[in-house]
Design a protein around this ligand. Sequence first.
Ligand SMILES: CC(C)(COP(=O)(O)OP(=O)(O)OC[C@H]1O[C@@H](n2cnc3c(N)ncnc32)[C@H](O)[C@@H]1OP(=O)(O)O)[C@@H](O)C(=O)NCCC(=O)NCCS
Length: 279
Amino acid sequence: MQVRSGPLVRGAVALDPGTALPAEWDAWAEEPAHQVLLADDDTVVGAVHVALVSAEEAWLEGVRVRADRQGQGIGRRLVAEAEALARRYGAGVARTAIPVHEYAAQAVAERAGYRPVTRAQVRETRLGAGPIDVPYDAHVRPARPEEAAAIARRLQGGETLRAWAGLAPLGWRFRTLLVPMVKGLARDGRVLRTGEPAGPVEGAALFALHRDAAVVGLVDGPPSHVTAMLGTVAERARAGQVHRLVVFTPERLPLPRLDGEWTAHPWCPDGLLIVSKEL
Ligand SMILES: CC(C)(COP(=O)(O)OP(=O)(O)OC[C@H]1O[C@@H](n2cnc3c(N)ncnc32)[C@H](O)[C@@H]1OP(=O)(O)O)[C@@H](O)C(=O)NCCC(=O)NCCS
């Protein structure tokens, strides 16, 4: 069996990702990934993607094996090769997210030494065309980069990050929430905060506007602040002709009604299990 690895060119996957990852995963990714392939006589039989999400943290995704070659140890070998690659790039930990209903993938991860860290719910709603009718009972504004430390402290002390063991999703990839990351996002206008301008940070949200969806990776604060921040992201999304809002939360918490109902993301209707392994 030959092992090949190289940069993953967006969309150019060597083996249909199929059910192994949501179609939009690639488009929402924040950092480049490597593709590791296993081939038998030039036929690709398995693939996995590896991304370095911080200097020391790797993220594995999309592990998949050709249907007619499953159950022969190829999945295990792919994970081992992906970990070796991550280690070569300096990672000390690897993580991945598995839909809660995917027992086979969980079994593979468990056999490879991955342990559950936390769970996340991924929910989405359609945004209509009219004005968004939510109560704005909080002062919401974009965070300035110099507020990054205060925002990180607020988030680290909040329920969401505590439930997620200090990990925050960007795109779909969970990584340790650090001040430089918040600073970089604030510089790109992707952090909202609530509270009086000169006062303490009361709530905060990290989000991204993609072509197909606005994605709120992390939102924390009093309920009325969460409502106001989601409303703000929704307004921004619609201004950019984006009509889908996706929100990550630790549990199936009630979310404010914007235009339509909230539904679970079809790839992970029961949520995601985040697993981790020291390399
Ligand atoms: C999940 C998948 C990658 C596993 O690949 P695979 O080559 O069949 O797995 P392996 O043969 O290497 O098995 C690795 C280990 O997991 C165990 N395992 C594999 N499938 C299992 C299953 N359905 N139930 C329980 N254990 C399972 C094996 O017993 C093996 O354990 P061992 O190391 O102690 O022998 C493959 O089934 C697949 O491509 N599925 C579709 C895509 C997908 O769901 N990807 C995961 C998205 S999160």
